[in-house]
Design a protein around this ligand. Structure first.
Ligand SMILES: [Zn+2]
Length: 427
C-alpha cells in the first residue's frame, strides 16, 4: 500500500470506529487495546506483561523509557544506533533519518537531555490521518500550510500531496528571512508556537506583513489565556491548539475552543498533584504505536481538567496546560520550609496587576530569588512585582528578591516558558 493510501485507510478507520461505537470511548479503547497487545509481543520489555491486566503494566517516566529503549521497541533497534543516526541527520539538516526502515526522531528536552523516538511508515500515516481528521480538516481545495518547527522531519513532510502544500519554516533561521518567506507564501493554514505567533503578530502591526490565514494553530508551547486573546485580536481569528509531543498527538481543539484529549486514540490516566484534584500529570497509552510502544508513560505537563465543555465530545477536556513539572517554583517560607508555587499563581499575579501587561517572564534563579521581565513602562514592572510579593506574603514567603530583567527570558529556537524554575538545586 502506498503511503497516501495508508493515510486514507487510517482516516476511514478513525471515522468508522467513532461512528460504529457512537463515540463510546471505553469500547473503542478496549477493542484497540486487545488488538494492540497482539502487536507488541516482539517487545522483550513487555512480553511478560501481555497476559495480565492493563494495571499491571508499569508506569514509566521519561528516564525509564529511555533507559529501557533497546528492550521496549519491537524492532531490536539500539538506543546508541538511533541517536547516532538522528544526530547525524540533525547536523547535516537532511531531516530524513531512518534505521531499518523506521523513522528516527530526536528532541531536546527542557533540561537538555536528548530523547529519541521511532515511528514506522504506518504509524506516520496514522498520525497524518489523525491530524487531518482533527486539525486540518478534509478539503478538495488545495491548501498551503506554513509549519514552524525547530527541525524538520519526514514525519511532517509526509503530509505533502496534491491537496496539501506543506512548507517547513526553520525556527533557527532569523525572523526577517522567515517573515519574507511567509509573506511570499501567504499560507491558508499557519502552524507555529506561541512565541513565533507573537513575532508574526508584531510583524502584522509594525512591519507591514500582510497574510490572511484561514486557520491558525498554536503548538509546542503553553498558550496562556492572555496570549490567546491577544493573538485572536491581532489575527481576527480563533486560535486553535494542538497538544502534541514525541509521545503522540494528544489533544485538539473542539468546536467550543477547548482542548480535548484524543481518547479514542489514547488511554489517559490522571495522577493528581494537588489536594483539590484540579491538577494532574497525564499518564498516556498510545493505542497505535507498536514500533516503540508508549504504555502508561507519565508526562511532566501539569494539566487542569475542564468539566463543563458544552461540545459533543465525550473525551476529557483541558482547562489549561499550566506548564511543566520543572516550571514549579520552590521557595522557602519564614520557617525555612519549602513552599511549592504553581506557575498559574504567578501568571495571575502578574497579568491581573495591570490590564496592559501581556508580555512578561519570571524565572527562579536561586533560592528565593526571581528574575522578572515586564514589557512596557517601569510602572508595569513595579505593579507586577508588588502583586507577586503580596501573594508570596500570604504563603509566608517574605525573604524574597525580585530582580529587574531588561528583556524576555527566552532563547530563540527553544520553547517559550513565561514562568520557569532554573534553580539547579531544586528537585
Ligand atoms: Zn469541547
Amino acid at each position: 500500500m502506498t503511503f497516501k493510501l495508508k493515510i486514507i485507510y487510517n482516516l476511514l478507520e478513525i471515522k468508522f470506529l467513532k461512528f460504529l461505537f457512537k463515540n463510546n470511548i471505553s469500547k473503542i479503547q478496549k477493542i484497540k487495546w486487545n488488538y494492540f497487545l497482539k502487536k507488541i509481543n516482539q517487545s522483550p520489555f513487555y512480553q511478560s506483561f501481555i497476559g495480565g491486566s492493563f494495571r499491571n503494566f508499569p508506569v514509566l517516566e521519561k528516564k525509564d523509557f529511555l533507559n529501557n529503549f533497546d528492550l521496549i521497541n519491537t524492532k531490536s533497534i539500539k538506543y546508541s544506533d538511533a541517536v547516532k543516526v538522528a544526530l547525524k541527520a540533525e547536523n547535516t539538516r537532511d531531516f530524513k533519518p531512518s534505521i531499518k526502515g523506521i523513522t528516527v526522531g530526536l528532541s531536546t528536552g527542557t533540561s537538555g537531555n536528548k530523547s529519541v523516538f521511532l515511528a514506522s511508515e504506518n504509524e506516520r500515516a496514522y498520525w497524518v490521518a489523525a491530524v487531518i481528521d482533527r486539525v486540518i480538516g478534509w478539503s478538495f481545495k488545495k491548501r498551503k500550510i506554513a509549519f514552524f518547527l525547530r527541525a524538520n522531519s519526514n514525519l511532517y513532510e509526509s503530509v505533502n500531496s496534491k491537496l496539501i502544500d506543506f512548507n517547513f519554516f526553520d525556527l533557527l533561521i532569523p525572523n526577517e528571512i522567515n517573515l519574507k518567506k511567509l509573506q511570499a507564501l501567504n499560507p491558508t493554514i499557519l502552524v507555529a508556537q506561541t512565541s513565533m505567533l507573537l513575532v508574526i503578530a508584531d510583524a502584522l502591526i509594525n512591519k507591514g506583513l500582510k497574510i490572511n490565514p484561514e486557520k491558525i494553530i498554536s503548538i509546542a508551547e503553553v498558550l496562556s489565556k492572555e496570549d490567546k486573546h491577544y493573538l485572536e485580536k491581532i489575527f481576527s481569528k480563533k486560535i486553535h491548539q494542538v497538544y502534541q509531543c514525541n509521545e503522540g498527538f494528544l489533544a485538539h481543539t473542539c468546536e467550543k475552543g477547548n482542548l480535548h484529549f484524543n481518547e479514542d486514540l489514547l488511554i489517559i490516566e490522571k495522577e493528581y498533584i494537588d489536594k483539590e484534584k484540579k491538577r494532574f500529570f497525564p499518564i498516556i497509552t498510545d493505542l497505535n504505536r507498536t514500533t516503540q510502544p508508549v504504555i502508561r508513560y507519565k508526562l511532566d505537563d501539569i494539566i487542569h481538567e475542564k468539566l463543563d465543555c458544552q461540545c459533543q465530545l465525550k473525551s476529557t477536556a483541558i482547562e489549561m496546560i499550566e506548564g511543566r513539572k520543572d516550571d514549579v517554583l520552590k521557595l522557602l517560607n519564614i520557617n525555612g520550609e519549602e513552599v511549592i508555587v504553581f506557575p498559574d499563581f504567578m501568571r495571575r499575579a502578574i497579568v491581573f496587576s495591570d490590564d496592559n501587561i501581556v508580555n512578561y517572564s519570571l524565572t527562579q534563579v536561586n533560592e528565593n530569588e526571581l528574575n522578572l521581565f515586564v514589557a512596557g513602562e517601569i510602572q508595569y514592572f513595579e505593579k507586577a512585582k508588588n502583586s507577586i510579593l503580596e501573594i508570596l506574603k500570604k504563603l509566608k514567603v517574605s525573604n524574597i528578591i525580585i530582580n529587574y530583567n531588561k528583556k524576555l527570558d527566552h532563547k530563540k529556537g527553544t520553547k517559550l516558558r513565561r514562568i520557569k524554575n532554573e534553580f539547579k538545586n531544586s528537585n
